[in-house]
Design a protein around this ligand. Structure first.
Ligand code: PAP
Length: 313
């Protein structure tokens, strides 16, 4: 995102020496993880403080929860429910990622840092949510598109993965990775109502509808609004174009190879279709109605409604 003084140059930092100095979170928190209720599924989950966190990532979450201290006023934490627009939001905000065992590397990143996570709101460190905390940008999406996106994504590694099981984990028992999704979304929704200066709540559908408007809002929220000169030079439109689905999907770096510290995922799997409403091609109307009903019930009285894409009114 462009600052009034121009973009901050990104400096690559390595994790040299990190493992030698610090015990890895997965060793440090092995006992804690082993003591938690477990659900065997596509990403084995452990129930930690009310949320089903993938076992592999849980030690990093605990380390983040217990030790992360934001640098004020610059740090921004970008949060999403999985498959709800993480990649897009990160591109729009020039994000960096907090991962298992990379705490020292995070320390060495120059400010302003953008930290990306799927951590539910109640599990964020007090240092982030409390009075001395930092800004948080959250993105969610129509759960019907989310479940289709997750299924299509994980099928790249496990072609026989059952859609019905995936659907149940999102819509019925809430055991999807980082779920229940309704509690995840509502945590950030309520925080955005209570502290609009600290939590910005976006939807994937909002970005599809008018990315420029929301990029401007995000820049203002982060305290780095586009200057009149940048506006006049078309910087907003240029940022949106640079991060568009077609542009990102077409980049050589996103077309080849794999990524991921856990399961090695083909990079192109992060750029599938990039639209709202693709659920109609993967889900029966009965399933869609059931999922809508579950979420409508959970969101009732909160002021939040299920995000709808442009084509679905
Ligand atoms: P993650 O949780 O694994 O990081 P995330 O990036 O949140 O995934 O979501 C992936 C979805 O965002 C994919 O949606 P689909 O399966 O319905 O197609 C992906 O295509 C979409 N996506 C990725 N980059 C962009 C982009 N630049 N613009 C719009 N959509 C995007």
């Amino acid at each position: 995102m462009a600052a009034a003084t121009g973009p901050v140059p990104y400096k690559e930092v390595g994790d040299e020496g990190t493992a030698a100095r610090d015990p890895l979170p997965r060793d440090e928190f092995a006992g804690l993880v082993a003591s938690l209720p477990r659900k065997e599924q596509f990403l084995d989950g452990r129930l930690y403080q009310g949320f089903w966190l993938p076992e592999h990532y849980l030690p990093g979450v605990v380390a983040f929860q217990r030790r992360f201290t934001p640098r004020r006023p610059d740090d921004v934490v970008l949060v999403s429910f999985p498959k709800c627009g993480t990649t897009w939001l990160k591109a729009l905000a020039f994000a960096d990622v907090f991962t298992d065992g990379h705490e020292a590397m995070l320390d060495r990143l120059p400010s302003p840092r953008l930290i990306n996570t799927h951590v539910p709101y109640p599990l964020l460190p007090e240092a982030v949510t409390g009075d001395g905390g930092c800004k948080v940008v959250y993105i969610c999406r129509d759960p019907k598109d989310m479940v289709v996106s997750l299924h299509q994504f994980l099928r790249r590694l496990q072609p026989d993965l059952s859609f019905a099981d995936m659907f149940d984990s999102v819509a019925v028992d809430g055991t999807a990775p980082y779920g229940p999704m309704w509690d995840h979304v509502l945590g950030y929704w309520r925080a955005s109502l209570a502290r609009p200066d600290r939590v910005l709540f976006l939807t994937y559908e909002d970005l599809l509808q008018d990315a420029g408007e929301h990029v401007r809002a995000m820049a203002r929220f982060m305290g780095r609004p586009f200057s009149p000169a940048e506006e006049a030079a078309g910087a907003v439109e240029a940022a949106v174009e640079l991060c568009s689905f077609e542009k990102m999907k077409g980049l050589e770096v996103n077309r080849r190879g794999t990524s991921g510290s856990y399961k090695s995922m083909p990079r192109d799997a992060f750029f599938r279709k990039g639209v709202a409403g693709d659920w109609v091609n993967h889900m029966s109307p009965e399933m869609a109605a059931r999922l809508d009903e579950v979420f409508r019930d959970k969101l009732r009285g909160t002021g939040l409604t299920i995000p709808r894409g442009p084509r679905h009114g």
